[in-house]
Design a protein around this ligand. Structure first.
Ligand code: PPE
Length: 307
């Protein structure tokens, strides 16, 4: 995805022109991977542009920072208001909003405790992450030879930039092999997640997803899908799956803010199910309606950006 500059980026408490939102090449976090970030989407709704599950994203942002002993020098309220104002200023109803906190320029050498924490929020236009196939017939996935990092080495529930080096290895392998996306197994050989998405499976009408303890980011879209399943009386479990259970699934799909709900039509060149996706399709429709404010039951998840 190439960027088309929007007007403003929020940096350290101020809105600055897009081209001026710069950092020094000796920014500490650039060298040592010490950055935590979020990905939030705004959608057009009848109440104007609205951010989906903004409080949950802000809360996860602070939790990620806590794991890394980062003191974010802004309050949740300030970052909430800045995110809303950013969408208003950039004038794009449907956008992707990226808060990031990182160890700033000033001291080199690993010890991050000496670094000031910088915070920025940018936004851009980001069409469905896995392309139109995700929404339509589904993407082609391959199980990665790279193993998901373990919570004892890089805690996956903290959304730290360093985690994405592991994701990038898996993503590059998948793309270089002619696939759309990777599925990453954990240290126990069980299914964990995609490089930037959670994964769900349907077998005999039962929906399941790996538990938080499987070495995944606890996705907010994942939680959204779980709540849909509850409201629709779809039987649901959090449980581990093996690689071969991917092959014998009736339906498989990814979930994530960037990806939305994206069907997986093949894993390792094996067709998933019979190509029909009744449950995934239903969840896609529910998601689409919820994010666009067309389902009053889920309006609680929308934060309109209008003042
Ligand atoms: N797992 C990982 C590893 C992950 O990065 C994401 C989001 C998810 C699961 C789903 O989380 P949620 O968005 O809360 O449902 N990945 C973000 C960044 C992707 C990127 O390439 O950048 C996203 O979707 O915004």
């Amino acid at each position: 995805m190439s960027l088309k500059p929007l007007t403003k980026i929020w940096m350290e408490g101020k809105f600055v022109p897009w081209d001026e939102a710069k950092v020094h090449v000796l920014t500490h976090g650039l060298h040592y991977g010490l950055a935590v970030f979020e990905g939030i989407r705004s959608f057009s709704t009848k109440k104007g542009p609205a951010l989906f599950r903004l409080p949950e994203h802000i809360e996860r942002f602070f939790n990620s920072a806590k794991v890394y002993r980062m003191q974010i020098p802004f309050s949740a309220k300030e970052l909430t208001e800045a995110s809303k104002e950013l969408v208003r200023l950039n004038g794009l109803a449907e956008s992707y909003v990226r808060p990031i906190a990182f160890t700033a320029y000033g001291a080199m050498g690993l010890n991050p405790l000496r670094s000031k924490i910088s915070v920025a929020i940018a936004s851009w236009e980001w069409p469905a992450y896995l392309g139109p196939a995700g929404a339509a017939d589904g993407v082609r996935a391959a199980v990665s030879s790279w193993v998901r990092m373990d919570s004892r080495s890089l805690p996956p529930q903290a959304k730290c930039s360093a985690n994405y080096a592991n994701s990038a290895l898996a993503k590059m392998e998948a793309v270089a092999g002619g696939y759309d996306e990777a599925i990453i197994l954990n240290q126990h050989g069980m299914v964990a997640e995609g490089p930037g998405e959670n994964i769900f499976r349907v077998k005999d009408g039962i929906l399941s997803t790996p538990p938080a303890s499987s070495g995944i980011l606890r996705g907010i879209t994942r939680d959204t899908v779980i709540q849909f399943a509850r409201d629709q009386n779809i039987q649901f479990f959090r449980n581990d799956s093996t690689r071969e259970e991917l092959y014998t699934s009736d339906e498989l799909f990814f979930s994530g803010t960037a990806a939305g709900i994206a069907k997986i039509r093949e894993v390792d060149d094996r067709k998933v199910g019979n190509g029909e996706y009744p449950i995934a399709s239903k969840l896609q429709t529910l998601y689409d309606d919820a994010v666009h404010g067309r389902n009053s039951h889920y309006e609680k998840w929308l934060t309109p950006v209008s003042a």
